[in-house]
Structures are given as C-alpha cells and as structure tokens.
Design a protein around this ligand. Structure first.
Ligand SMILES: *[C@@H]1O[C@H](CO)[C@@H](O)[C@H](O)[C@H]1NC(C)=O
Ligand SMILES: *[C@@H]1O[C@H](CO)[C@@H](O)[C@H](O)[C@H]1NC(C)=O
Ligand SMILES: *[C@@H]1O[C@H](CO)[C@@H](O)[C@H](O)[C@H]1NC(C)=O
Ligand SMILES: *[C@@H]1O[C@H](CO)[C@@H](O)[C@H](O)[C@H]1NC(C)=O
Length: 512
C-alpha cells in the first residue's frame, strides 16, 4: 500500500533501503546534531519577500533551499496571529503544524520546532473539531498525530476563517507541512473519521479568495533562494514558450484522482557531444509530481542509463548516487516530455541535479583524486512509483488545476523582471493561456502506487529510440572536463572518524 502522501518522504526511504541491485543498506541512524543543523538552515532560508496581489489570486513568497530541495512559505494561524514557516507539499493534502506541547518532547522531535509551534490556548478563534482524528505518516517512519482544528489562517495577504488543519500534539517532524494536493488524499479520509474536508485550495475558493482550485508553483532564479506559489492564477511573465496542459490520471481502485499523476512519455539526454533518446516511441509511464520529495525517482533501467551518461556512481557504502561536484557546471541537460508528442518538454540542467554532500564536521567528502563528492538528484525507483521531485520541479513552471484534473508545464523564465498575473476566470475555467496537448498518451496507476505493475496503455508514436545504435552519444560531453571517477579515500574517512550526512533528506540521516 502506497498512498500519495506516504511517498512525500520517499527521498529518505530510498536512501535507507535502496532497492536497486547496485546498492546495499548500510549502517544508518538518525542524528540529532545533523537534524538540528538542517532545521536551522531551513529557518535561515525563509526570507520575507514583498507580496503581490491580483484580483482573484494570492501569491505567497517561497523560500527554496537549494540544498534541501525544500519549498517553504510563511503563514500565520490564530488570533492574535502566530507565525510559522511551513513546507509546501503537492504530494499530501493536509495543512498541519506542531503544537507547542509536542515541541517540548525533544526525544521525539529532535531539534525542536524552529519554524513555529502552535499554542492553541493563546488563540481566541481556535476550535478543536476532531480530537484525536489527525494522523499522518510518511514512508520513512516519520509522522504526526493529534487533532483536527479550525482557526483563522493567513497566507500571502489572504485570510481564511475557520480553516481546517491538523494540530500535531505528537510529531517526529519539527516543521509544519502545507499539503495542497487533492482532498481525496487527506489523512482524515483514511485514518480519521473518513470524511473529506475543504483543504487549502478548496477553502480559498469557498471563501471567495480565488475563483478556482488551482495554483502555479515556480522559482524566480536558478540559484534560487526564492520562488512563488500563486493560488488561483498564472503569471505569464514567469515562463518561456508555450504553457501546455496534460491530463491528471486516477490513482486509486475507485478511479478517483488522488495525486498529480501524469503520463511521462519521453526521456532524452543532451550534451555538447550529442543527444540520446532513451525511451522508445510508444513509451508512456505514470509519474507523480511531488514538491515534498527532494529527488527524482526513475525506473531502474532509465536511471542507470542516465548514470552511464553523466558518469554517476552508485556507491554501495554510502547507499547513494554520487558525482564529482564539478558536474554542476556542465552544460548538458536531461529532457523529459509528458502527454505524448504534442506535450510539454522540460530540460533539467546539471546545476539542478548536483546536490551537496557534506560531513557532519562540515568537511566535504572527496574522491581519491581530490574532486569533491556531490550527490546526484536522480535515483533508481526500484519498486517505488516513478516520482518527479524537486530536482525536476525546480526547472519547470507548473500549474496544478485540481478543478479540471489538468497539469500545465512550461520552462521557467529565470530572467523574468516583470509580472503579469492572470486569474482563472471562474470555478472550473480552463488554465489561462494554456493549450491542451494533442493526442495524449494515457497511463494507468495501480492501487498499490506502483505504476509499472500494470504497465502503461500507450497509443501513438513519433520519436526514435536510439540509445545503443551508436553507443551513448551524449556521454563524452559530460566527461569532457576530464572527470575520471575514483573510489573515495575511505581510509581517510575512517581515520578521521568522519561521519557522512545527507543534506536535504528531511530526517537527517547519518551514515557511520
Ligand atoms: C518568514 O518569516 C521569517 C521570520 O519573520 C523571515 O525571516 C523570512 O524571511 C520569511 N520568509 C518568507 C519566505 O517570507
Ligand atoms: C497513527 O497511525 C499509525 C499508522 O497507522 C499508527 O501506528 C499509530 O498508532 C497512529 N497514532 C495514533 C496516535 O493514533
Ligand atoms: C468528521 O471530521 C470532520 C472534520 O475533520 C468534522 O467536520 C465532522 O463533523 C466529523 N464527523 C463526524 C461524524 O465526527
Ligand atoms: C473535494 O474535492 C472535490 C473535487 O475537487 C470537490 O468537488 C468536493 O466538493 C470536495 N469536497 C469537499 C468536502 O470540499
């Protein structure tokens, strides 16, 4: 059983239990210091930015910690308002914050709650509506539970009254999460009293703040310390080329749409030395867009092809995919297309795929030849669903239309100076400026969440499949800087007693 919100923490799981034949489980423990440091970094990147408002839309500034792949936003709850930094998660559907009481339990919530904790006794508008009804868990074993409550909620200049949220009176996650997915994935449906409620996008519509349950998510620049989530509209200045929409597919056995599952239909790799089309013309596979996950999980065969192209190594001892940090300067791209030949293509550059990997002493880990070791932002999915996390989403301008079950994608215009916000005309109106992809390839996601179990139903074809006809044409372009990969200087690591910590993996994972 894999639920959409459960895979929000996949990044951690895939490191804890690598499912590829090339990786093994290594000694992994949680580390308080590392987690505390991560949380401090999280709070440090929450930056106040001026808010932009248009009729029928709400923009909230986002902080994006490149190293953590985390989209964070500031909100307030209660009367008088209490402030929080929360993580924006398209892969879950409940907005929750830790309670002040839960944050006292430093055994459970290591590092405390540096981005805010709710004291319900200090809010005159607090109403506890479902005591004990809130319980959300993530696949890495973390989770939160407590009550559902209603209170006044503010984001980006918009105010919602009696907005329903989770209050975590017990939690292993110290920072609140703003789940903005489908109401069918609310924790209350499975572990509460079984009913759906109006979560953030729906409550904004119900209270007349926006016209339609839809939002855009993008980053302002590639080195990105900031971006925006725009509820109820799009900003035509923030993307280049056409905004093209594709269908979102049902995910559970009742044929309900529960996650942002789209048809991923093409993978190619380009570099200065050439381009390789890695998928065949009839390729179509269900893939989930999830801003709550740092990395991108691809089917093993495609992940391994990409590793071969860019020269990434699956390191068994680390249980991670590693590359020389220099790779981030390479001009090559990984190109993904969706919805078939008429659908959008998003090119992801190496700068978005090479993530830092540091020791908990602050020292970088090096290859034997002295090159600094970084982590690669793509991992083999193994038996997990194909999932496009932040290492993909950072390169895309994405519109999530929950009303019409559509996703529109375009390349982000990182040089955007201006702003031109267009709101959805009415509830259920199509995505402004978007054209629908023609001849879409359909996919099925199984109830287990493993898209490959049932395979895809693909029709139509165009591209040519040429991965091996002439070898990997793009590969040499990734190695032109003279990268020769060598094993780590393990003896040095051991002698110095260093521990390696993965940044960006929510839980703070320490390898000894
Ligand atoms: C959030 O609030 C904190 C504390 O007031 C501030 O330092 C930070 O810049 C804010 N971040 C955003 C994204 O507005
Ligand atoms: C929350 O759900 C998990 C998994 O279903 C369960 O193990 C746990 O006991 C629940 N917590 C509470 C407080 O009900
Ligand atoms: C179920 O919970 C919701 C809030 O999550 C509440 O509005 C509703 O009244 C509850 N229903 C019952 C039967 O408890
Ligand atoms: C849940 O979402 C669906 C589709 O967006 C909507 O029609 C329905 O009214 C929502 N339910 C609640 C209780 O808000």
């Amino acid at each position: 059983m894999t639920r959409t919100r459960l895979i929000s923490a996949l990044a951690a799981l895939s490191l804890l239990a690598p499912t590829s034949a090339n990786t093994v489980l290594w000694n992994v423990v949680r580390n308080e210091d590392v987690q505390a440091a991560q949380l401090q970094r999280r709070s440090a990147v929450l930056q106040r930015r001026s808010l932009d408002r248009r009729a029928g839309t709400v923009t909230a500034a986002l902080a994006n910690a490149e190293t953590q792949g985390l989209y964070a936003a500031n909100i307030t709850i209660g009367t008088p308002p209490q402030s929080f930094g929360v993580q924006i998660d398209t892969g879950s559907s409940d907005m929750w914050v830790p309670s002040a009481a839960a944050c006292q339990d430093t055994q459970q919530v290591q590092g405390g709650c540096p981005n805010g904790q709710f004291d319900q006794t200090a809010s005159s508008t607090f109403v506890d509506i479902e005591p004990g009804g809130f319980n959300i868990s993530y696949v890495d074993g973390t989770g939160s539970s407590g009550d559902y409550f209603q209170d006044t909620f503010r984001i980006g200049g918009a105010t919602l009254t009696n907005f329903e949220m989770g209050l975590a009176t017990s939690t292993t996650i110290g920072t609140g999460i703003m789940g903005i997915g489908y109401n069918t994935s609310e924790a209350n449906v499975d572990t509460g009293n079984g009913t759906e409620y109006a979560n953030l996008p729906l409550a904004m519509v119900n209270q007349g703040v926006i016209n339609s349950a839809a939002y855009s998510l993008w980053l302002d620049d590639l080195q990105a310390t900031s971006g925006s989530v725009l509820f109820g509209g799009i900003d035509t200045e923030k993307f280049t080329g056409n905004l093209i929409s594709v269908d979102v597919y049902p995910t559970d056995n009742q044929h309900r749409v529960t996650s942002f599952t789209v048809a991923w239909t093409s993978l190619s790799v380009s570099s200065s030395s050439g381009t390789d089309q890695l998928t065949s013309s009839d390729f179509a596979e269900a893939a989930i867009l999830d801003s709550g996950t740092t990395i991108t999980l691809l089917p093993d065969q495609y992940a391994e092809k990409i590793f071969e192209e860019v020269g990434a190594q699956v390191d068994e001892q680390l249980g991670a995919v590693v590359v020389p940090c220099d790779l981030q300067k390479n001009t090559g791209t990984i190109n993904y297309a969706f919805g078939g030949p008429g659908g959008p293509t998003i090119k992801v550059s190496m700068s978005q795929l090479v993530l830092p990997l540091t020791t908990n002493t602050g020292n970088p880990l090096t290859f034997q030849n002295g090159q600094t070791v970084c982590q690669f932002g793509i991992q083999p999915a193994g038996t997990l669903p194909t999932l496009f996390g932040d290492t993909f989403l950072r390169s895309a301008y994405v519109v999530y239309d929950l009303e019409n079950n559509q996703i529109a994608l375009a390349s982000t215009n990182f040089n955007a100076k201006g702003s031109n916000i267009v709101s959805f005309a009415s509830k259920g109106a199509p995505i402004p400026s978007a054209t629908e992809a023609s001849n879409q390839l359909a996919v099925q996601q199984t109830a287990t969440g493993n898209p490959r179990a049932n395979g895809a139903t693909a029709t139509g074809s165009v591209a040519t499949f040429n991965p091996t006809a002439t070898g990997l044409n793009a590969a040499s372009g990734f190695h032109s800087a003279g990268h020769s990969l060598e094993p780590f200087a393990w003896s040095r690591v051991v002698v110095l007693g260093l521990s390696v910590a993965f940044m960006g993996m929510g839980g703070g994972i320490l390898l000894l």
